[in-house]
Design a protein around this ligand. Structure first.
Ligand code: SAM
Length: 328
């Protein structure tokens, strides 16, 4: 996937400006930015683990384009969700005076995006390589109808394009809220809090004094700040696999992610479980929901002395774990 940007620069389809900033929207692991002069690049990456990776490689990084941003060129690596892909392209053209290279995999919808854009503007011939395409359009064109901001769903809750369960409440989280005990303890975290549905359910439990909402997606967390206007809520843009201090929480409640990009990735949830065990006090408890087919029990047994399935239905299971095992 990284070759297309290199080919676009080599072929002259993307003329790299000698001066000014070059925005790179949503680069992920495996993208190669070496064709661009690093000192001019500003990475725009709202997903915290990727954001931190680019920062560690020495790139200037922001979570979203600044309102006053003005770039000489831009590169957009399209995300998979179509409304988000359109939003990011529209943000890029609005903030750029020069060329905008758009790069994506076929499985992420680059063909339909190219078709939609060709109906509105001219594009350079697409470079097809490695199951994807890259092409340039001019910055400054009007795609303002693609600049879709946060939207309201049932109950007046706010979500944004591309966030988990953007069109409505997730049924698994709903099941977990209904299964939570009346008392959860005082210090609680929701790992992977999304736009905050589960958090609103946790906060109906009076015992909760502080609820830490830990979420990697900056846009989802911005929605959660609106959806959870409770003084007990503390918002963290962070990686739930490593966030927080050991042995400080009474409960962790979570509906962990199970996808990295397109592929199912149970390891992600297993890393959430490991961190939950690390975060909990000896008397603390984990409450989680998962799709039935996901293999979490072995990991739970590895890091907790007690694990039980306490509810669910034919699609989801609710798991409760206690007595976290202490590691050296
Ligand atoms: C299955 S969703 C649950 C969302 C929310 N708790 C709810 O009930 O609607 C999992 C969430 O984890 C987030 N996520 C994925 N990887 C993460 C990571 N490494 N650290 C923190 N959050 C992450 C996703 O962005 C997503 O919002």
């Amino acid at each position: 996937m990284s070759q297309r940007l290199n080919l676009a620069v080599q072929s002259g389809d993307l003329v790299v400006p000698a001066e000014g900033r070059i925005a790179v929207f949503h680069p992920r692991e495996g993208h190669d930015l070496s064709a661009l002069p690093q000192a001019q690049v500003e990475v725009i990456q709202p997903f915290k683990p990727d954001h931190d990776d680019w920062g560690a490689q020495g790139f200037a990084c922001v979570a979203s384009p600044k309102a006053e941003a003005c770039y000489s060129a831009a590169v957009v690596f399209i995300p998979r969700a179509k409304p988000l892909a359109r939003l990011v392209v529209a943000q890029a053209v609005a903030a750029t005076e020069g060329p905008v290279l758009i790069d994506g995999a076929k499985t992420d919808g680059i063909d339909s995006l190219l078709k939609d854009l060709k109906a509105r503007t001219s594009a350079t011939p697409a470079i097809s390589k490695a199951h994807g395409k890259a092409f340039c359009i001019d910055g400054g064109i009007d795609l303002s109808d693609w600049l879709i901001g946060p939207q309201k769903i049932e109950g007046g809750l706010v979500t944004a394009p591309g966030v988990f369960s953007a069109d409505g409440i997730d049924p698994a989280s709903q099941l977990l809220v209904a299964a939570l005990p009346p008392k959860l303890g005082a210090e609680v975290a929701d790992l992977g809090a999304g736009w905050g549905y589960l958090a609103t359910g946790i906060l109906t439990r009076d015992s909760v004094k502080t609820l830490h909402l830990v979420e990697a997606d900056h846009a989802a967390l911005a929605c959660a700040r609106q959806n959870v206007p409770d003084p007990r809520a503390v918002f963290h843009w962070g990686d739930a696999r490593s966030w927080g201090q050991k042995g400080t929480l009474d409960a962790v409640v979570m509906n962990p992610p199970f996808h990295s990009g397109r592929a199912a990735d149970p390891q992600l949830g297993q890393e959430f479980i490991a961190n939950a065990a690390r975060l909990l006090r000896p008397s603390g408890q984990l409450w989680m929901v998962a799709n039935r087919h996901l293999p979490y029990e072995a990991k739970l047994g590895d890091v907790f002395a007690q694990v039980a399935e306490v509810g669910g239905d034919n699609r989801f299971k609710i798991l409760q774990a206690s007595r976290p095992r202490r590691r050296a």
